[in-house]
Design a protein around this ligand. Structure first.
Ligand code: GLU
Length: 289
């Protein structure tokens, strides 16, 4: 049997709810069915929003649900130098540029350039350019904060004809159907690849860590379906292997609205407190064994 490695990669910014439970159970069941491995990764690069108590609650809730995973668990905040090194490779390839603009300045600039005023998966689409060398040197000397953006134009130049051929494998949730999807990372515009505050981004850290762990199947909610387009580009630029993707439907509340961290009643913690068993939760989510 070919190796099968998947993972659940929550961010400890709140308590896990039924949607997270569904995601973790889906990934774990897929690994079991394939005789593969199930990993857990704590995506806590956003140190302003992530909390150790939520991280502890994640481990407790997943164990209560009956899941087990390999140890040690990778905690992204312990590995910032890895993400710096990945960013350095992109800098060497000259496909990223420093962006000193505030969010407001970016939005104002977009408003003045309505021809690119579409929305991408992460909000209004921004296409910028590096500053002139002298201006940049002055800002750096002042210690002005900056993010790194991936230049779609430069990525296209760097990859040449490969850019138009970028693709990724998308499977249905039980892996029965497989399609090759053409990747169109330009839907992101010049995505922020290293944030001002953390020096990396979800995209860079996640792509790096999936490759490092040998993840063969990325299983996650369909809210992240578009991200695969950008991830395919990062994999090509960084020379990383490309996993297959399975994006599962999101769990909704009784009104059909997608669950969010603020829906306290749907947290595993609240369900447990109200007397539900792990078996009840698993059955409610369609997992019968
Ligand atoms: N950390 C992301 C989240 O909690 C998941 C990322 C992924 O599975 O690729 O939404």
């Amino acid at each position: 049997m070919t190796a099968f490695v998947t993972r659940f990669a929550p961010s400890p910014t709140g308590l896990l709810h039924l949607g997270h439970a569904f995601s973790a159970l889906t990934a774990s069941a897929a690994a079991r069915k394939a005789g593969g491995r199930f990993l857990l990764r704590i995506e806590n690069i956003d140190q302003g929003r992530c909390r150790p108590e939520f991280e502890a609650a994640i481990l407790e809730d997943l164990a209560w649900l009956g899941l087990d995973w390999e140890t040690p668990v990778r905690r992204q905040s312990d590995h910032f130098p890895d993400y710096d090194a990945a960013l350095s490779r992109l800098i060497e390839k000259d496909v990223v540029y420093r962006c000193f603009k505030t969010r407001k300045e970016v939005l104002d600039e977009i408003a003045r350039a309505p021809h690119i005023g579409r929305d991408g998966p992460e909000g209004p689409l921004y296409i910028g350019a590096p500053l002139a060398a002298l201006e940049e040197r002055n800002l750096l000397a002042e210690g002005a904060p900056f993010a790194w953006r991936l230049s779609m134009a430069k990525a296209r130049d760097a990859l040449g004809p490969l850019f138009a051929d970028l693709s990724f494998v998308e499977q249905d949730i039980d892996g029965a159907a497989t399609a090759r999807v053409r990747a169109t990372p330009e839907i992101f515009g010049d995505a922020v690849i290293a944030r001002k505050d953390s020096g990396t981004s979800y995209h860079l850290a996640s792509v790096h860590d999936d490759a490092l762990a040998g993840v063969t199947h990325v299983i996650r909610g369909e809210d992240l379906r578009a991200a695969a387009h950008l991830h395919a580009l990062l994999q090509a630029l960084l020379g990383l292997p490309a996993p297959a993707y399975r994006h599962h439907p999101l769990i909704a509340d009784e009104t059909g609205k997608r669950l969010a961290k603020r829906d306290k009643a749907a947290t595993l913690h609240a369900l447990r407190e109200s007397g539900a068993s792990a078996g009840d939760v698993r059955r409610r989510l369609g997992f019968t064994d």
